[in-house]
Design a protein around this ligand. Structure first.
Ligand SMILES: *Cc1c(COP(=O)(O)O)cnc(C)c1O
Length: 456
């Protein structure tokens, strides 16, 4: 098979897969999962045919795919790839360039520069900020915290690059009691030590209580959150950030999905004051609906990010704005191209409409679940609905039955020490009819549960 025939076969298979997105089971059935054992074959010496390899990938892999790209997937906050973003990604794969610097990928660098500018525009963040396009909010959060600590140490007269941390002044990190696990992971990986984290208490919706904000100073990194993963809540930035800045602290905001509320005139109030922070992370692959491995580290002080992330070498030298000098990656594809394609085709109004539609769906689901007798535990301000169905056993049984139906899928969590379920709406594909189906399924499952035994 020629290269072109093989790519055409892959494309035909991918098109068939995507065409079935509306109808496929959301979570694969047991037979499809069992068939994955077919991949478990020994590595051969001589290799196997390319066409057969591709066919196997599709025939075993596709039926076992979770339909995260479908309209009835309400798990996590995963979005579905916008057609134009997925198509742009296909072009980037065809180019197959290392977009570390403009030398390796002139087009990638030019497009990512525009994508960064548009991102700051639509999120209404300071226009002087540097934007690194990394793999994930996990990696970009780690990147921002690295830049933050290095900058605070420099202000304390300590050269972190040369001396490292041994004997350095202590930099503390303050996180909320519902900080995302990847924020904690970044701090752990960077050596802050989970025992040393200072924890700020939050209210019933998961927002830091400004009255209980721990003391802050010029050796503190304060990590705030735009969009808590269970409730969708936002820390009260306008009340907290000016105090932190007056104390000399660095403020970082994890806005993996919630920062996109800023694209909407109706929702932006939720994020009021967030633009006063020093750094932000957000994902493309969640609410902007780009393909995976697409996120942004945004740092107001561009030099602080470039200073921390530089990987300039004699054989590969570029400006401070080259992506390899703003991210953890050295070899990389131009992941900002998918962002560019999404923003270019949607425009400001299209992004606002996508975000507002998802929030509307979530609010409709929240209100309907309450009517159906569920306990909705959060204020549905964004795209997250956190709920329980009476007892813990009933909550779990309903979630399992919903997954087994193949019609919808959503995940479980623990909120304030008790099991709960969470529905996220973040896909451009999810329309009213899918929301109605989710509501009808949950209504029916609630009615089928024996009694209303509540744990206390
Ligand atoms: C998903 C998420 C992250 C991590 O993002 P990845 O891109 O999956 O690494 C961080 N914070 C919040 C609030 C999230 O929802």
């Amino acid at each position: 098979m020629t290269e072109i025939d093989l790519l055409a076969d892959a494309d035909a298979r991918a098109r068939r897969f995507v065409a079935a997105n509306d109808t496929r089971r959301v979570f694969p059935d047991a037979a499809a999962l069992a068939a994955l054992a077919g991949f478990d074959e020994p590595l051969t010496d001589s290799g196997r045919p390319e066409a057969e390899t591709l066919a196997m990938l599709d025939e075993l892999g596709s039926p076992a795919a979770v339909a995260g790209n479908g309209p009835r997937y309400f798990g996590f906050v995963v979005g579905a790839s916008l057609p134009v973003a997925a198509a742009a990604e296909r072009m980037v794969l065809a180019w197959d360039q290392s977009a570390s610097t403009p030398l390796g990928a002139p087009g990638g660098a030019a497009i990512e520069a525009v994508a960064g500018r548009w991102l700051l525009d639509i999120l209404q963040l300071p226009s002087e900020s540097a934007v690194g396009f990394g793999t994930s909010a996990s990696a970009c959060g780690l990147t921002c915290i690295t830049a933050a600590r290095r900058r605070l140490l420099a202000q304390a007269g300590w050269d972190f690059d040369r001396k490292g941390l041994a004997g350095a002044p202590e930099i503390r990190a303050v996180v909320s009691d519902v900080a995302h696990v990847t924020m904690i992971k970044a701090l752990r990986v960077l050596g802050f030590g989970t025992d040393n984290l200072v924890v700020a208490e939050t209210d019933s919706n998961g927002r830091i209580d400004p009255a209980k904000l721990p003391p802050l100073d010029a050796r503190t990194i304060l990590c705030l959150q735009a969009g808590e993963v269970n409730t969708g809540a936002f820390d009260p930035f306008a009340q907290i950030i000016p105090r932190a800045k007056a104390a000399g602290a660095w403020v970082h905001v994890d806005g993996a999905f919630g920062l996109w509320a800023r694209a909407s005139d109706r929702l932006r109030w939720l994020t009021e004051g967030v633009d006063q922070a020093d750094s932000w992370t957000t994902d493309g692959h969640k609410w902007l609906n780009t393909p995976y491995d697409c996120a942004m580290a945004i740092v107001r002080d561009a030099e602080a990010l470039a200073g921390a992330m530089t990987s300039d070498a004699a054989y590969s030298s570029a400006g401070a704005d080259a992506q390899k000098n703003l991210t953890l990656e050295f070899s990389r594809r131009a992941r900002g191209v998918a962002i560019w394609a999404a923003l270019r085709s949607l425009g400001r109004a299209g992004v606002a409409e996508l975000v507002e539609r998802c929030v509307g769906h979530a609010q409709r689901i929240g209100a309907s679940l309450e009517e159906a007798g569920y306990d909705v535990l959060n204020d549905v301000v964004l795209n997250q609905v956190l709920f329980r169905a009476g007892s813990d056993a009933e909550t779990a049984a309903i979630r399992e039955a919903a997954a087994a139906s193949g019609e919808i899928w959503f995940g479980g969590t623990v909120w304030r020490g008790r099991p709960a379920s969470r529905i996220s709406v973040s896909s451009w594909r999810t329309r009213d009819e899918h929301v109605e189906l989710a509501i009808a399924t949950l209504r029916q499952l609630k009615a089928m549960q024996p009694g209303d035994a509540r744990d206390t």
